[in-house]
Design a protein around this ligand. Structure first.
Ligand SMILES: NC(=O)c1ccc[n+]([C@@H]2O[C@H](COP(=O)([O-])OP(=O)(O)OC[C@H]3O[C@@H](n4cnc5c(N)ncnc54)[C@H](OP(=O)(O)O)[C@@H]3O)[C@@H](O)[C@H]2O)c1
Length: 324
């Protein structure tokens, strides 16, 4: 089994983890992950992101500078590589920035997805009649209003923020298209990668607690934190198995953000006395957050063989990487 896989947003946390895991598989090694990895070799990896390649590892894959908001660029790159699978991890992911910079959010999270869908549609037609590229797109628990989590794949979305609305709209574009598609929904992703453009909750809380800073942490939002390697595992299993439809891919442990921060303190033996529990409404954040999400993972476990780590196991993996 050998495939051409193109990853957009390859400079991002998830994008980098997918590229690394595919490089491992190509080298006959096991990527980080509890699943049974399919045996593969000779996957052609095309990493694509806005700007220069920020991954330190530069061998074993091709890099394309690609702004997915630029329709012409998208068409040119997809025509050049004719990938079997496109995994779209690129997005505007800062939820509050999406609320205040709505145009940019819509361009990146909605119009760019239409660009990719259009390019794949025309590419599919220009190939042999049975050639159908698979489009794997990343979405979010935020499409739900958080009143009835944990959610199944077929529960009814009700986005509360502009980011959530944009991601839900991108889902609808894909579902109404004629291309072969997979939507993988996920929840607060954590991990470490090269030259990251943004932090995440685990890195933020660990740093603040290490420095002894006083932090306010909400106790009324519940999530299933997702190790970036587990999310990459879900993307790769879907790509290699040619799975279609919607899948929930998150961590398996659902907890409040306060509990999450306490777990981080316990794991690294850090003082929790600077943590003040607060309620969401006191934060005055630009974007509204759903109170209780979390996912039921049965479908991904059954169909894909997805096998996530526990939150504590995830922290142990991150700890090793931080020590390198
Ligand atoms: N992170 C989470 O907690 C979370 C939760 C739920 C769902 N998701 C979804 O999961 C996916 C991956 O998230 P992530 O954590 O890997 O995000 P990330 O680290 O912010 O990575 C996104 C990447 O997309 C790139 N990008 C932005 N606009 C682009 C454009 N126009 N063309 C090409 N690349 C562009 C960014 O480039 P720069 O680095 O140069 O800005 C960034 O490297 C996203 O679709 C996100 O919506 C994430």
């Amino acid at each position: 089994m050998s495939k051409k896989i193109l990853i957009t947003g390859s400079n991002g946390l998830l994008g980098q983890k997918i590229v690394h895991a595919l490089l491992h598989l190509n080298a006959g090694k096991q990527p980080i992950g509890k699943c049974v990895w399919p045996k593969v070799s000779g996957i052609k990896i095309i990493a694509a992101s806005k700007g220069e390649n920020r991954m330190v590892e530069k061998l074993g894959y091709e890099y394309e500078q690609l702004d997915i908001c630029d329709k012409q660029q998208v068409e040119t790159v997809l025509q050049k590589h004719t990938p079997d699978v496109v995994i779209n991890t690129a997005a505007m992911t800062n939820v509050d920035a999406c609320e205040t910079q709505k145009e940019e959010c819509w361009r990146t999270n909605v119009i760019a997805v239409q660009n990719l869908v259009d390019a794949l549609k025309s590419k599919g037609q220009s190939q042999a009649p049975n050639f159908e590229p698979l489009f794997i797109h990343l979405s979010t628990d935020f499409i739900f209003d958080g009143e009835a989590g944990p959610y199944k794949e077929d529960d009814t979305p009700n986005p509360l923020s502009y980011y959530a609305l944009s991601k839900y709209e991108s889902e609808k574009i894909i579902q109404n298209s004629k291309i072969k598609w997979t939507i993988l929904r996920t929840i607060i992703v954590y991990g470490i990668a090269d030259n990251m453009s943004r932090s995440n909750i685990v890195l933020w809380a660990k740093e603040a607690l290490t420095k002894g800073q006083k932090i306010n942490v909400v106790d009324d939002q519940f999530r299933a934190p997702t190790l970036s390697e587990d999310l990459a595992q879900g993307c790769i299993l879907a790509a290699l198995k040619g799975a279609t439809g919607i899948y929930n891919i998150s961590g398996k442990d659902i907890m409040s953000i306060l509990e999450l921060v306490y777990c981080i303190a316990d794991f690294w033996k850090l003082d929790k006395s600077g943590v003040t529990p607060i309620k969401s409404h006191t934060l005055n954040q630009a974007a509204k957050r759903p109170p209780r999400t979390g996912f039921i993972l049965d479908k991904a476990i059954r169909d894909l063989g997805y096998t996530p780590f526990s939150f504590t196991e995830g922290l142990a993996i991150l700890d090793k990487q931080l020590k390198k």
